[in-house]
Design a protein around this ligand. Structure first.
Ligand SMILES: NC(=O)c1ccc[n+]([C@@H]2O[C@H](COP(=O)([O-])OP(=O)(O)OC[C@H]3O[C@@H](n4cnc5c(N)ncnc54)[C@H](OP(=O)(O)O)[C@@H]3O)[C@@H](O)[C@H]2O)c1
Length: 237
């Protein structure tokens, strides 16, 4: 496979929110960014906005809930880009009914949430890590949440919490599986960020929410792996 001579990043859920800002900041650091989105119209629109800023961003459709969609994305990056250096597992949903807790949230809500927030990231790691191993380099960043911390575990948004705890376990497992390669895998919490998910009253702008993800995406060879970070500082699981 032909390989371009700059680093390539794949970002899931890149059409809006923190994912879009991560695309902007990674491309601003000189990477080629594969901005992915499950809606092609929205994804292309997002790509065009960043291209208008002079950034090197390409679009490819991706629904992380779908095995076929993830396989198609992996085949595309392998053939057309020849490498993946950075994977940002950003796509996420929070669909817990408000006012409900663990005892009255349906298993269907748990399953749907885990499908995207956990299985989506699992599918992406399984598809992309072999490409990273081929290039002997990789940085994987999983967008988790303080709501997934066992240390702070509460009852509300139960399905979302469980999905992020599972995602954190995935971070540890993949970090262990690739420890002989120069592939570093970490979870991060962006804080409470003003997006469609975070709402208008959230404390942080997307630029701030993206910062730790960018730091983890650009880690040097001796950087941490298998950790959980907020504001570039390790936090409890
Ligand atoms: N905002 C916060 O305060 C906060 C705090 C802690 C952690 N986080 C985490 O940060 C990440 C980004 O959050 P955000 O606030 O930017 O959320 P957001 O504004 O709701 O954006 C979520 C993104 O994920 C995409 N997505 C959802 N399901 C998908 C699927 N099956 N396949 C592909 N893409 C999918 C959405 O695409 P569509 O446009 O097609 O729906 C959208 O691009 C999430 O993992 C979230 O859990 C956010």
């Amino acid at each position: 496979m032909a390989s371009i001579d700059k680093r390539v990043a794949v970002v899931t859920g890149g059409n809006r929110g923190i994912g879009f800002e991560i695309c902007r900041q990674l491309a601003g650091r000189g990477l080629r960014v594969v901005l992915t989105s499950r809606d092609a119209g929205l994804g292309n629109e997002a790509r065009e906005k960043l291209a208008a800023e002079g950034l090197d961003v390409v679009f490819h459709p991706l629904d992380v809930d779908s095995d076929d969609s993830v396989a198609a994305l992996a085949a595309y990056v392998e053939k057309e880009q020849g490498r993946v250096d950075v994977l940002i597992n950003n796509a996420g949903i929070m669909i817990d009914p408000s006012g409900h807790g663990v005892l009255d949230t349906s298993p269907a809500i748990f399953r749907k949430t885990l499908e995207t927030n956990f299985f989506g990231a699992l599918r992406m790691c399984q598809a992309i890590v072999p490409i990273m191993q081929h290039g002997h380099y990789g940085r994987i960043v999983n967008l988790s949440s303080g709501l997934g911390q066992l240390d702070q575990m509460g009852d509300g948004t139960a399905a979302y919490r469980a999905s992020k705890t599972a995602l954190n376990a995935l971070t540890r497992m993949v970090a262990t599986a690739v420890k002989e390669d120069d592939i570093l895998v970490n979870s991060m919490c962006p804080g409470w960020v003003r997006t469609d998910m975070g709402g208008p009253n959230a404390a942080r702008a997307v630029e701030v929410g993206a910062e730790t993800a960018i730091w983890l995406a650009m880690l040097p060879h001796d950087g941490p792996s298998g950790g959980f970070f907020r504001d570039k500082t390790a936090i409890p699981w």
